[in-house]
Design a protein around this ligand. Structure first.
Ligand code: ZN
Ligand code: ZN
Length: 215
């Protein structure tokens, strides 16, 4: 019994020190889409719901993603360095874009029933492409693909669009129940008690602004 108490004590010590270590907002690993540093290069995006198992049209999915990106949160940060706008000259479905249209569209959202092959099937995730290591060790990417699970997109749309967009803008996930400062990145999926918040917090927005304004 005594050793159990000692173990409990050790566990508490670990939790206290771990939460102290993560009380600041961590950027590590620093990685973001290159366009976020520039006021001239906009955050062109496309949306795709052409998965035959998804019962919404790409047009409706595009409208829904656009509403979240435009009306809330990240758009306009860092004096419009973050500036979301439709890519592809009238074409909204990523899969229907020409390679030229696609290459200038770095924010790509695919709504799928299963999130494979880029994610594990049931979780939404982001995969980045075209890594260019910067001299200070952080990474720039040409573009990123956010695969959003249709079920999650239906149930907690604002959350999942803002969370995955947060990744593309450089925000990392939370790392567990001892890491629950208010953030769109630290939700119920990471052991936090805030459920699935709709919007990034001011801290998230400040972090993205700092990231866009740095190198
Ligand atoms: Zn995440
Ligand atoms: Zn950078």
């Amino acid at each position: 019994m005594k050793s159990f108490k000692f173990l409990l004590f050790l566990l508490c010590l670990f939790l206290v020190s771990a939460s102290a270590a993560s009380a600041h907002f961590s950027y590590s690993p620093q990685r973001h889409i290159t366009s976020t540093h520039s006021s001239d290069v906009k955050e062109y995006f496309c949306v795709d719901a052409t998965d035959s198992n998804v019962p919404i049209s790409t047009v409706d999915a595009y409208k829904a993603v656009k509403e979240v990106l435009y009306s809330k949160n990240y758009d306009g940060l860092a004096n419009n360095k973050i500036y979301f706008i439709q890519g592809g000259a009238g074409e909204t479905a990523c899969k229907n874009m020409t390679s030229e249209q696609l290459s200038s569209t770095p924010f790509r959202y695919y709504i799928q029933d299963s999130t494979k092959p880029l994610c594990d099937g049931t979780s939404s995730c982001v995969v980045r492409y075209g890594e260019v290591k910067q001299s200070d060790g952080h990474s720039h990417y040409d573009y990123g693909v956010a695969t959003l699970r249709y079920k999650t997109f239906t149930n907690v749309r604002d959350y999942i669009v803002n969370h995955e967009t947060g990744h593309l803008l450089g925000l990392p996930d939370g790392n567990g129940s001892n890491d629950c400062p208010g953030s769109i990145m630290h939700s119920k999926d990471y052991g936090c008690s805030n459920g699935y918040p709709s919007d990034p917090t001011q801290k998230d927005l400040d972090a993205v602004t700092t990231e866009a304004n740095s190198n």
